[in-house]
Design a protein around this ligand. Structure first.
Ligand SMILES: Cc1ncc(COP(=O)(O)O)c(C=O)c1O
Length: 446
């Protein structure tokens, strides 16, 4: 289909300034490796793994072949009361990769569904144990857990919440954010060390306020992704684990971004040596090629849910939840091929290796440029934070995003941050191009 035959006014674009887009459409028609081809035949480097998805790079033949084969074998089967071989195999592989006794995989189709699924499991689990009064959730300021009402409620990005006020879940509180813009403006592959204990507030204010016995779960991203790549203080997640354990509160890690290699390990959970009770995943599990998400639960949670129904008749369903496409065979075939490819090409280790290369380049090229107030690199992702334009928050970063796009680099603007999170296959020259293009944009727009 020729670009000129396309009508541009029927698709309402997600998380996009649509009016601006209509004036200057940005349309991809092909992708290979690290690059997109645009409608006008230009190459654009995918500096963000297409929103943290495409770890192995675009158009990977083993994944494509697995999908094609699956389509010709079992295109789809319903997920309720029957299942398919690929879903079991994918669950087995994910459980084997997930730390400790995170062994029970509930599939869904996205990170948003994973957030809501994990919150529903938390409520159902506590009720199954006779603690149905545990119904408070604690998220974190500037957290992002997708756009369902559960995830949005524990999420803490104001713009995503402000329109939905009274419809957000009640009985949700938020930990304070994990960034000190003065002391930790520049972070280079280290966990920031804070003088202050950020979790004292949880212990001394939030939990006493609600009473810990009423709290179902704490939900956090190990590294805050969508807000603009903010790294938790040293020891923070371990201490969060200890506090949750002390009070019987479930700890849910949203690893939709950090899962499958971004920090050089399978999960952030491995990186930090902290095991949650539930781990949410999506995105890179299929290399982004087909939607798939899920929640990995501990044996303990699963057993409690089954045990509570010990005396119920065999036909009784234990958890009234699921999606038509839970464990879709084509998505699961894509996941199996993706996880095989990650292992065969040792791509998590490659992400771990290239992370410092990206971080070095970002700090060298951007620190000291006009309007740059922070640079944070950690794992294979890095952000530069710009001073907001007075009265126009986000505009400076949006302009830089547009400038980079027109010069062949896709960067992600998040508020006044610009974030790179390239595929794990990225090389040094590509990193130089990405970062150099961003530096030029920042200078040009100053
Ligand atoms: C940490 C986290 N959780 C959940 C989501 C939502 O995922 P989805 O857009 O697939 O619903 C995202 C998306 O970026 C995310 O970064």
């Amino acid at each position: 289909m020729a670009y000129n035959d396309l009508r541009m006014d029927n698709q309402w674009l997600p998380f996009t300034p649509n009016r601006s887009f209509q004036k200057d459409p940005r349309v991809f028609v092909a992708a290979e490796g690290m690059y997109f081809t645009t409608h006008d035949g230009r190459q654009v480097i995918d500096g963000i793994s297409s929103l943290w998805c495409v770890g192995a790079g675009h158009n990977r033949k083993p994944i494509n072949e697995a999908i094609k084969q699956q389509l010709d074998t079992l295109d789809y089967s319903t997920a309720f009361s029957v299942s398919n071989d690929k879903a079991f195999r994918a669950a087995e592989m994910i459980a084997a990769m997930a730390p400790g006794d995170l062994n029970k995989v509930l599939f869904c189709n996205s990170g948003s569904e994973a957030a809501d699924t994990s919150m529903k499991v938390a409520l159902a689990y506590h009720r199954a144990r006779g603690e149905g009064h545990r119904n408070i959730f604690i998220g974190r300021e500037r957290g992002y857990h997708g756009v369902g009402f559960g995830g949005m409620s524990v999420g803490g990005i104001p713009a995503n919440r402000k329109v939905y006020g009274a419809s957000l879940l009640p009985r949700v509180d938020h930990l304070r954010f994990i960034h000190d813009p003065v002391k930790h403006a520049f972070i280079h592959n280290v966990e920031p060390v804070w003088d202050e204990d950020l979790l004292l507030e949880l212990e001394n204010r939030i939990l006493p306020l609600h009473d810990p016995s009423n709290v179902a779960a704490v939900v956090v991203e190990p590294v805050a992704g969508s807000a603009g790549w903010y790294v938790p203080p040293q020891g923070y997640l371990k201490r969060l684990r200890e506090i949750c354990d002390r009070h019987g509160i479930l700890l849910i890690f949203d690893e939709v971004i950090t899962g499958f290699g971004r920090l050089g390990t399978a999960f952030a959970s491995d990186y930090y040596g902290v095991q949650p009770d539930m781990l949410n995943f999506a995105k890179a599990v299929t290399n982004g090629v087909i939607p798939l998400g899920g929640v990995v639960c501990t044996d303990r949670i699963y057993d409690a849910m089954m045990g509570a129904h010990g005396s119920a008749p065999d036909h009784a369903i234990e958890f009234f939840h699921g999606y038509t496409y839970s464990g879709h065979p084509v998505a699961c075939a894509a996941a199996i091929a993706t996880l095989d490819l990650f292992r065969e090409e040792n791509l998590f280790a490659r992400a771990g290796e290239m992370g410092p290369v990206l971080g070095d380049a970002m700090h060298a090229a951007l620190k000291g440029l006009p309007n740059v107030i922070g640079v944070r690199s950690f794992g294979l992702a890095a952000a530069v934070e710009l001073a907001p334009m007075p009265g126009l928050p986000g505009k400076r970063a949006f302009d830089a995003f547009m400038d980079c796009y027109h010069r062949g680099v896709l960067v992600r603007n998040a508020g006044d941050n610009l974030v790179f999170a390239p595929p794990y296959i990225v090389d040094r020259a590509q990193i130089e191009t990405m970062v150099g293009t961003l530096a030029d944009a920042i200078k040009r727009l100053a």
